[in-house]
Design a protein around this ligand. Structure first.
Ligand code: HEC
Length: 130
């Protein structure tokens, strides 16, 4: 299991994030604070009519831990890029309800509505993992 490693890594990371600010380039992800340009998020979202909250925009709040665009090479945390929609939605709902045990993700997931989770699911599913 990778959870014990995760927990250890977390202690350090959470402090680092706290000290540097959530958007600091802790993972050497220089674009973390830059809003995604259309070119940076290819085909992530169809240019639909008045989409609710953009999944690409909301997903920026995940970059501090999961990497810009959910792509993470140094894997202290899981990468989200390319995660199938249904799996992502299930994971977020289970974190939110407490069904899936989590050190951090329950608090994260509690902040999002079903619509926002769906929007992020579409975004991450469309990002190609590297
Ligand atoms: C403060 C760090 C942090 C932030 C910010 C964060 N996560 Fe996580 N994420 C974690 C950790 C740690 C885990 C492992 C589960 C746990 O212990 O909480 C995880 C696990 C996950 C998983 C499960 C991955 C898998 O392989 O099953 C998903 C999905 C996820 N996060 C989505 C998100 C989304 C979406 C956001 C932004 C809205 C986000 N996370 C923001 C730390 C974070």
């Amino acid at each position: 299991m990778r959870l014990p490693h995760l927990t250890l890594a977390l202690v350090g990371l959470v402090f680092a994030i706290g000290l540097l600010g959530a958007n600091a380039p802790v993972f050497a992800a220089p674009a973390a604070t830059t809003p995604p340009s259309p070119a940076a998020t290819p085909a992530a979202l169809p240019p639909g009519p008045k989409a609710p909250p953009s999944g690409a925009a909301i997903a920026q709040t995940c970059a501090g831990c999961h990497g810009t665009e959910g792509r993470l090479k140094a894997a202290a945390f899981m990468a989200l890029a390319g995660m199938p929609k249904a799996q992502f939605v299930q994971a977020m709902r289970d974190f939110r309800s407490g069904k899936r045990p989590a050190t951090l993700m329950r608090h994260v997931a509690e902040g999002f509505s079903d619509g926002e989770i769906d929007a992020m699911a579409a975004y991450f599913a469309a990002v190609k993992p590297e």
